[in-house]
Design a protein around this ligand. Structure first.
Ligand code: AMP
Ligand code: MG
Length: 337
């Protein structure tokens, strides 16, 4: 895995001074899953917990990478069928379940098209329409079979867990930190944030929600004990010769980068893998379908930034978000149930 480019960090921790005697703090920054990651834990065992969690993320990177030919995922993609670990099979089954629930907006078989756009190799190009329509024949989550630990694909298909792997790594990191007795930690996996408990002084964490169009934060989310994951078209995108900007999230129905009026989708929920899967899926769906999905499920909160300068927030997150006064051009609206 190469150090290709620095992913913009979507959410950043807003530092604030805390008073009183500080507990032990241990931070570790590293590169994994093609992005920069940072773990900070507080209390006894902070260093031990963080090192164990970082080791676990390295293991998951080796198992789940679509570009590393030694990964379990590559074994499936090479042979069309492979016996993999229970964990990899479980994450594939989870992605297929969300694919089913989102009518294929999330689709872990979109890889052949993604590769044609050059996103995995950092050699971006605009494929010809005929090339895309030929590749779309090999896309479809309903053609993946998971039977115990054996995963089988129809001919020509390939799997990519890029939309859920970091979220799952967040869940594993949280599990390991808690196993080590840690009750306060900030997990930042390339912008996927997972919060263990509250800050060491007992107050909520303050996360900056990044301005998709600039360098500032449009506002602050004040939250604890949850995962917060953002997907956006402004991350990992490229500009074609005609000036069109193409993002890395593909609409599996068309084979083209999703362009449905959303600039970013932030999901807030307990589980990192759910946040990760839904941030990608709802980005593909666009505003109307995304909000309909929220109304039908409600096991998460969502913040949508639209290309007509609206910030749409569902009820559970509305009182946790504060718009920065410098972003008066944005209209914040609480989504009706
Ligand atoms: P995220 O940054 O979590 O939104 O995930 C984006 C990554 O997931 C991309 O870099 C691709 O590897 C992969 N991907 C892109 N579009 C989709 C899609 N519609 N369904 C599943 N995975 C996708
Ligand atoms: Mg995702």
């Amino acid at each position: 895995m190469k150090l290709k480019k620095i992913l913009p960090i979507i959410l950043c921790l807003l530092l604030s001074a805390c008073s009183g005697s500080a507990p032990e703090e241990y931070s570790y920054d590293f590169f994994a899953m093609d992005t920069y990651m940072s773990l900070t834990a507080y209390g006894d065992n902070a260093e031990k917990g963080v090192k164990a969690a970082a080791g676990r993320i390295a293991e998951l990177t080796l198992m789940l990478s679509v570009t590393d030919e030694n990964s379990e995922l590559s074994a499936i993609n090479r042979g069309g069928v492979a016996k993999v670990s229970e964990e990899t099979a479980g994450l594939i089954a989870f992605a297929l379940d969300i694919a089913d629930k989102t009518d294929g907006a999330l689709d872990p078989t979109v890889y052949p098209v993604l590769r044609a756009w050059g996103f995995t190799a950092d050699q971006n190009r605009v494929p010809a329409p005929e090339e895309i329509s030929a590749l779309l024949k090999n896309i479809g989550h309903e053609h993946v079979q998971v039977d115990g630990n054996t995963v089988a694909l129809d001919k020509g298909m390939m799997l990519d867990l890029g939309a859920v792997a970091k979220g799952y790594a967040g869940d594993e990191t949280e599990r390991i930190l808690r196993e080590n007795g840690i009750t306060s930690a900030l997990i930042n996996l390339g912008g996927n944030i997972q919060l263990v408990g509250s800050k060491p002084d007992g107050t909520d964490w303050r996360l900056g929600l990044k301005d998709p169009a600039g360098t500032g934060n449009i506002g602050v989310l004040t939250v604890s004990d949850c995962a917060v994951v953002t997907s956006g078209s402004y991350e990992r995108c490229f500009t074609a010769e005609d000036g069109t900007v193409y993002g890395h999230i593909i609409d599996p129905a068309s084979g083209y980068p999703a362009d449905n009026g959303l600039i970013s989708v932030t999901i807030i929920a307990d589980e990192g893998r759910l946040c990760d899967a839904l941030s990608t899926a709802l980005f593909v769906m666009g505003e109307e379908c995304a909000l309909e999905y929220w109304r039908e499920n409600k096991n998460f909160d969502v913040i949508l930034i639209t290309d007509n300068a609206e910030v749409l927030i569902t009820g559970g997150a509305a009182d946790k978000f504060q718009l920065d006064s410098a972003y008066g051009n944005l209209t914040v609206k609480v989504v009706e149930e």
